[in-house]
Design a protein around this ligand. Structure first.
Ligand code: CMP
Length: 143
């Protein structure tokens, strides 16, 4: 079963959007198998965003990501990576389709509320960065 790493960023936590965002994935029918609120160290933020090192937005992104609590999650389901990215919307809120999280609630490319893994390899890497294997809960959705 496919898994993805989603992280509500400090702006989403500050604006009280955890419930709204989590609810969208729940109502879609996806399965939450791990979650925690946490503060991210600069070292963890740098490892998480390693592919962006050297880009113009990298330093401000690290500063923003470590500026306050985030809500880290692992979700599971068929095509969960593509499905969650569709619900999240494009990185730039101007380009995000109406009805997506970023279109509905974000106005800025950096302060874009939530991160979602973009591939199976990155999902596995990011999940391992944030969660120990025993923190991923194995259960069935029975309804
Ligand atoms: P995320 O999906 O977490 O992946 C990388 C992040 O870098 C992205 O969301 C944005 O927060 C940020 N980002 C990407 N492109 C830009 C940009 N052009 N300007 C500012 N921030 C960006």
């Amino acid at each position: 079963m496919e898994r993805t790493f989603l992280m509500i960023k400090p702006d989403g936590v500050q604006r009280g959007l955890i419930g709204e965002i989590v609810g969208r994935f729940e109502r879609k029918g996806l399965k939450l198998i791990a979650s925690k609120m946490m503060l991210i160290s600069p070292e963890l933020a740098e490892r998480h965003y390693a592919e962006h090192k050297g880009k113009s937005f990298y330093e401000p992104l690290i500063e923003f990501t470590t500026s306050g609590p985030v809500f880290a999650m692992v979700w599971e389901g068929d095509n969960v990576i593509a499905l969650t990215r569709a619900l999240i919307g494009k990185t730039d809120a101007v380009e995000a389709l109406p009805g997506t999280i970023r279109s509905d609630y974000a106005v800025h490319t950096r302060f874009n509320l939530i991160h979602g893994s973009d591939s199976i390899d990155n999902a596995e890497r990011e999940i391992a960065l944030f969660f120990a294997p025993e923190q991923l809960i194995d259960y069935e959705l029975t309804i």
